[in-house]
Design a protein around this ligand. Structure first.
Ligand code: SAM
Length: 246
């Protein structure tokens, strides 16, 4: 696989990804706002609307994989009723620590828990969650097929898999602009704010290496999900993939 502009074996990719998020954890939320010009908030809103937590006090338990500092979980418990809770699972303790602090600040520490774990081998029993989300996380996982198989395993039948991820811009004009932005602006903001341009070169490169929407949809089907759907946003900068475990 590729890391930045170097080629690294699949087994080393995870260690390099962990370094990136260790370095940026404290600045992560600020970086998101700067680099996406606040757009990540709108994309996350679309994801949480699709999660559609019940407004009643019916029990509903989300698993938010690669959940980092907790954005998707906070939005979900705030949108849902009294029975809605969420488990953030992330491989990086620094990101989880920032997430825990944010949960206390928001007063949601009783309904959002933070668990260290790998998307490729989730530390949860079969059929235990009512929805699974992974936002801007799956492209960091070295073996995507394993993450999808694990998602299927931990979901209850009748519940939904939802994945928000950078995708492929295919609007003429916007693609050129997006390339300029990706290769010039992103690493610069990365070095100014997080002191690490290399980490953000990785980000750009990993987006380019990620499978195209149709190919990824097929991988989701191959994992066993049905009624797989793709929704492109902002000219294809981001895609929301979903599927049901029936
Ligand atoms: N979901 C959050 C959001 O949208 O703001 C955080 C996304 S952040 C770009 C990617 C996260 O994926 C990081 O917190 C990183 O630690 C996590 N991650 C990377 N590899 C992982 C793996 N194999 N299993 C679980 N989490 C992983």
């Amino acid at each position: 696989t590729h890391f930045g502009f170097r080629t690294v074996p699949l087994t080393e990719k995870q260690a390099l990804v962990d370094d990136v998020f260790h370095t940026v954890a404290r600045r992560y939320d600020l970086m998101n706002d700067l680099m996406s010009a606040g757009l990540h908030r709108a994309w996350k809103d679309v994801l949480v609307t699709a999660v559609n937590p019940p407004k009643s006090d019916r029990p509903f338990h989300l698993l938010d994989v690669a959940g980092g500092t907790g954005d998707i979980s906070f939005r979900t418990v705030e949108a849902g009723g009294a029975g809605t809770r969420s488990t953030v699972c992330d491989i990086n303790t620094d990101m989880l620590e920032v997430g825990r602090e944010r949960a206390f600040q928001r007063g949601v520490e009783d309904v959002v828990e933070f668990v260290e774990g790998n998307a490729e081998s989730l530390p949860f029993p079969d059929r235990s969650f009512d929805a699974y989300t992974i936002a801007f996380g799956i492209r960091n996982v070295p073996r995507i097929e394993r993450a999808l198989a694990e998602a299927y395993r931990v979901l209850k039948p009748g519940s939904r898999f939802l994945c928000l991820e950078f995708s492929t811009v295919d609007v003429p004009g916007l693609d050129t602009l997006y390339d300029l932005y990706s290769f010039n602006v992103i690493p610069r903001i990365g070095s100014m704010v997080a002191g690490d341009a290399e980490a953000y070169r990785y980000l750009v490169e990993s987006i380019r290496k990620f499978p195209k929407p149709k190919v990824f949809a097929r991988m989701i089907e191959d994992a066993g999900f049905r009624r797989v759907d793709v929704r492109l946003m902002t000219g294809g900068i981001v895609a929301l993939h979903s599927g049901w475990r029936l």
